[in-house]
Structure formats: structure tokens, C-alpha cells
Design a protein around this ligand. Structure first.
Ligand code: ADP
Length: 190
């Protein structure tokens, strides 16, 4: 299996690059943000609870997202691999992901981090907010999401560094240029 953690701040291009990775490597896309937005759209209890948290730019509880990921992994364990987008977002989630995969005799192949400076992600997210009307793409919530990223999510880098799975790349450039950089990192492990 090729199991990729695609990592980076909000607005770093994880969703865009995920689409290209899925097309080329036939991976199953697991975006916790997308899964949560489907729960909101379906107005489930979980979705109603998650919406208030997401609208503030805070993190939904580890238990909820780990549960969602566990179900999706089990349902697709015979696939060629997974691309984890927006997950893990805390060190606890990273540990839980390894446990779920290990139970099935699988592991993360690599973590690719898209490095994009703050001013660039803010510009991109504001533009996305104008185009799509996504509730959390406005100035004050974006600032909060970046703070949450620095405090709670960036420590996940250390987790994968220790396991020698950390592959940072420059996230500035054209979509194709960045995809080529990701492919180079995949070639190193695959
Ligand atoms: P972005 O990367 O642009 O912030 P996402 O779609 O990945 O967008 O996430 C949107 C929101 O969904 C987050 O701000 C957070 O509230 C919630 N969320 C998504 N994934 C997770 C996760 N793994 N753990 C906790 N909360 C999450």
C-alpha cells in the first residue's frame, strides 16, 4: 500500500494536490474536513456539533475524527492506499492513525508537507471565501485556524520526523510543479 499523509497549513493546496495524487496512484482520499462537511450537509447530530466548532476555526475532538477515519480505513483496506488530507491534525491523532493501520498490518509510507508562508495562505483562503462562500474562510476565523495550526498541528511534524517519514517540499509554484515535487518524494520510498 502507498499511504500518504499530505500535510500543511490551511490553504496550502492539500485538496488540489490530493486530486492529482488520486488520479495518478488510484488512492482513496480521506479528508476529515470533507467528511465533517458531509455530516453538516446531512444535518446529523455529529454535523450539528461539529459545525459550531468549525465555524470558529477550532478543532473537532480527536475521538470524533479518529472514529470517522477508522471506519473509512476498514471499509477500504483492500485499496492501493490512502491519502490523508487534513488528518492527523494533533499528535494524538497521528498516534491513533498508526495504531489503526498497525492493527491491519499496514503503515504510513511518508508524510509530505507543503510549505507555504502565512501571508500567502491568508491571500488564498480569502480568495476561496469569496469564490465559494465557505463559512470559515473569513479574516478572523482564518487567523484562528493559523494559530490552531501552529499550536496543535505543527507538532505532528516532530512525530513523523522521529519516524524518518518527514518530507517537506516548497508549496509555492504552479499546481504541476508542486505535483512533480511530491512525486519525487514518493519515488524515494515507493
Ligand atoms: P483547511 O485545511 O482549509 O483548514 P479542512 O477542510 O481540512 O480545511 O478543515 C476545516 C475544519 O474542519 C477545521 O478548521 C476543523 O475545525 C475541522 N477539522 C478537519 N479535520 C480535522 C481533524 N483532523 N481534527 C479536528 N478537526 C478537524
Amino acid at each position: 500500500m502507498l499511504n500518504i499523509v499530505l500535510f500543511g497549513p490551511p490553504g496550502s493546496g492539500k485538496g488540489t494536490q490530493s486530486e492529482k495524487l488520486i488520479a495518478k496512484y488510484k488512492l482513496v482520499h480521506l479528508s476529515t474536513g470533507d467528511l465533517l462537511r458531509s455530516e453538516i450537509a446531512a444535518m446529523t447530530d455529529l454535523g450539528i456539533k461539529a459545525k459550531a466548532i468549525m465555524d470558529r476555526g477550532e478543532l473537532v475532538s480527536d475521538d470524533i475524527v479518529i472514529g470517522m477515519i477508522r471506519n473509512k480505513i476498514s471499509a477500504n483496506i483492500d485499496s492501493r492506499g490512502f491519502i490523508f488530507d487534513g488528518f492527523p491534525r494533533t499528535v494524538a491523532q497521528a498516534g491513533a492513525l498508526d495504531e489503526v493501520l498497525a492493527e491491519k498490518g499496514k503503515e504510513i509510507s511518508l508524510m509530505v508537507t507543503l510549505e507555504v508562508p502565512d501571508d500567502e495562505v491568508i491571500t488564498r483562503l480569502l480568495k476561496r471565501g469569496e469564490q465559494t462562500g465557505r463559512a470559515d474562510d473569513n479574516v478572523s476565523v482564518i487567523e484562528n485556524r493559523l494559530n490552531v495550526y501552529i499550536c496543535q498541528t505543527e507538532p505532528v511534524i516532530g512525530y513523523y520526523k522521529e519516524k524518518k517519514k518527514y518530507h517537506p517540499i516548497n508549496g509555492i509554484g504552479s499546481v504541476d510543479e508542486i505535483f512533480a515535487r511530491i512525486e519525487e518524494e514518493i519515488k524515494k520510498v515507493n
